[in-house]
Design a protein around this ligand. Structure first.
Ligand SMILES: NC(=O)c1ccc[n+]([C@@H]2O[C@H](COP(=O)([O-])OP(=O)(O)OC[C@H]3O[C@@H](n4cnc5c(N)ncnc54)[C@H](O)[C@@H]3O)[C@@H](O)[C@H]2O)c1
Ligand SMILES: O=C(O)C1=N[C@H](C(=O)O)CCC1
Length: 272
């Protein structure tokens, strides 16, 4: 007898896809029922365990997401914005909890996720680790306590295959800092400086991105004033922290009312 809810993982061959499949299989609290890859991918039609270089898992990789979502109570999705928008509709159709780890959405793409959340539980976060979600709370508190004499800068580092910048985590931290300051991030964000930029604008929140090697994910929130500096830092050394958070979200979402949620809801760290 298989334990817990059935889970389908999209982007099965990806860095996070493989970590998620291993995490679900080892959890004893859920079981894998589907694995999805993009059309034309070499893993299509193969057993996902064998494709990962291990023992068979009895789940064949497919490009037919509708078919793979049908037996699932949750879909864990770390792919790309266009794919995630399509998967949101299909997850809603299947009434499966949709856990979204994908980052790099434009505002319009985020808007496109909204209708599906009326019919299914959607949990989305640019970072699913406990540490980063705690850090967003600390960032908001510190930003609230300090005035604009403290310049806020967010510096992130990731591996050389990451396609979006700033990272989803950096944007979460920026939102938290802006909330603490009582401003809209869109009005104060400096997302990349180059050339003769002039002096730093007071009250702005700056972002800087480093890309190199195999860095899993590092984020600093810097509060810099004349004569002193506070640095809040999170370093991820293992993608398992994201996968564990995603599985927690998939389990938490079972039986919840449809709607859009984040990891603060899942971790019980939300408002109040
Ligand atoms: N929220 C978090 O905690 C967190 C953590 C790590 C990564 N991420 C994000 O997750 C995403 C994936 O990261 P990654 O490092 O695993 O990338 P990756 O490139 O290794 O994997 C992405 C996978 O998605 C697949 N894919 C793309 N389009 C698809 C489609 N239409 N159908 C099915 N599969 C499709 C690709 O073939 C690939 O295997 C990125 O947006 C990244 O920023 C989020
Ligand atoms: O490897 C990635 O890509 C990561 N993406 C997330 C982000 O954009 O913040 C989380 C950290 C790893």
């Amino acid at each position: 007898m298989s334990a817990g809810p059935g889970i389908t993982v999209t982007g099965a061959s990806g860095r996070m896809g493989q970590m998620l499949i291993r995490t679900v299989a080892a959890s004893g609290r859920a079981h894998l029922v589907g694995a999805v890859e993009r059309p034309g991918h070499e893993w299509i039609g193969k057993d996902v365990g064998e494709a990962m270089g291990g023992a068979p898992m009895g789940v064949t990789v497919t490009d037919d997401a509708l078919e793979a979502f049908a037996p699932a109570q949750a879909v864990i999705d770390f792919t790309a914005p266009a794919a995630t928008i399509a998967f949101a509709k299909l997850a809603a159709q299947a009434r499966a909890v949709h856990v979204i780890g994908t980052t790099g959405f434009s505002d319009d793409e985020l808007e496109a996720l909204v209708p599906a959340a009326r019919h299914s539980v959607q949990v989305r976060a640019g970072n699913m680790s406990l540490g980063v979600n705690l850090l967003t709370m600390l960032t908001e508190k510190v930003a609230k306590a300090l005035d604009e004499d403290f310049d806020i800068e967010i510096v992130e580092a990731h591996h050389n295959q990451k396609v979006d910048a700033p990272s989803g985590t950096a944007l979460m931290l920026g939102e938290a800092a802006a909330t603490g300051r009582g401003v809209a991030l869109g009005r104060v964000a400096d997302r990349g400086r180059d050339g003769i930029t002039g002096p730093r604008e007071r009250g702005h929140i700056g972002f800087a991105a480093i890309r190199g090697g195999d860095v899993v994910g590092e984020h600093d929130v810097i509060f810099a004033a004349a004569g002193e500096r506070i640095v809040l830092r999170h370093i991820a050394t293992d993608r398992a922290v994201f996968a564990r958070g995603a599985l927690k979200a998939a389990l938490w979402g079972q039986g919840r009312a449809p709607g859009a949620y984040d990891m603060l809801d899942v971790l019980g760290l939300g408002d109040g």
